[in-house]
Design a protein around this ligand. Sequence first.
Ligand SMILES: Cc1ncc(COP(=O)(O)O)c(C=O)c1O
Length: 379
Amino acid sequence: MKFGTKAIHAGVSPDSATGAIMTPIYQTSTYVQDGIGNHKGYAYSRSQNPTRHALEKSLAALENGKHGACFGSGMAAIDCVLKMLNPGDEVISTNDLYGGTYRIFKTIFEKYGIKFHFVGMQNADNIEAYVNENTKLIWVETPTNPMMNIIDITATAKISKKYGIMLAVDNTFATPYLQNPLDMGADIIMHSVTKYLGGHSDVVMGALICNDDTIANEMYRIQNSSGAVTAPMDSFLVLRGIKTLHLRMQRHCENGKVIANFLAAHPKVDKVYWPGFASHPNHEVAKRQMSGFGGMISFTLIGDKMKDAHTVLNKSKLFALAESLGGVESLIGHPATMTHAAIPKADRQAIGVVDSLIRLSVGVEDAEDLIEDLENALS
Ligand SMILES: Cc1ncc(COP(=O)(O)O)c(C=O)c1O
């Protein structure tokens, strides 16, 4: 099946009891057994739930993977990957990444004896210098949040395979519509489903997708043992959201291009970070591994003053001032004080998260209205 058909049909089938075309919300904690141990594949909803199961199958299909698992948030999905490691293991991670990912690495897993190396991966050759016999995981986010750096997944997978290291890719920004990391050699894909997959700003959820049966066994063992699962109602909402993922992403990409070009030509704007520009340092990699450039854009203001950034954020109206991204409505945020406040100032400035950096999640409204809103906010 092609992507749009998969988005609508993969993983779901009419309900066997009633024929309902939409997967029912199996709002139940447990399932009656005919005799001891004799159940219909579902024993307890932390372990399996039919609504969640349909979503897990749908997500696996969208990413061309065999196995999918859903969690109570993107962070719970990341937590699951890290729990596959042991004390003494080392992780090589993108240095420009979502602040919450940095926080869970540094403040939760470092305490349990896991060592992290945060590395600029725009040139994949930088990674190999950090590999040693303890390296067990390479963590890649691409495009990165918020600097929109692009990391070459195929080149990184070559290194991970050479040394037998697991490669995990946070595919939240690109979504399976734009990029399929398993096809490029990644072992695990992680999603903050909260964002484009859900798409309507009404659910917090995470997911992992993989092909390897051994990794899948670990993933399901930890999902069940730690119990950070997602609810049937939320699974239903995301199943519904996914049915329009391809339509929404197409419009996010179109609007993203219009807004990126508008910002690049604006006299008050200094730098614009968007992988669709030919001037983006890894534009050629983006063109090769993504089928479009998405609706996430970051930009800085001439003079780099935090107060100027705050003025823009306070004056925009259609672009709502809020955490998160990937919903149908446009959002505006200030990484230094919002999503990336967990990263020490010197570290965030070193990767480009300066005081005036503003991040946009361009929604699916009419582009003319979005431009008018930004014009007002910048004036
Ligand atoms: C790239 C990325 N990864 C992971 C997460 C964490 O996901 P969640 O907020 O669903 O826990 C986020 C959240 O903003 C994100 O942007």
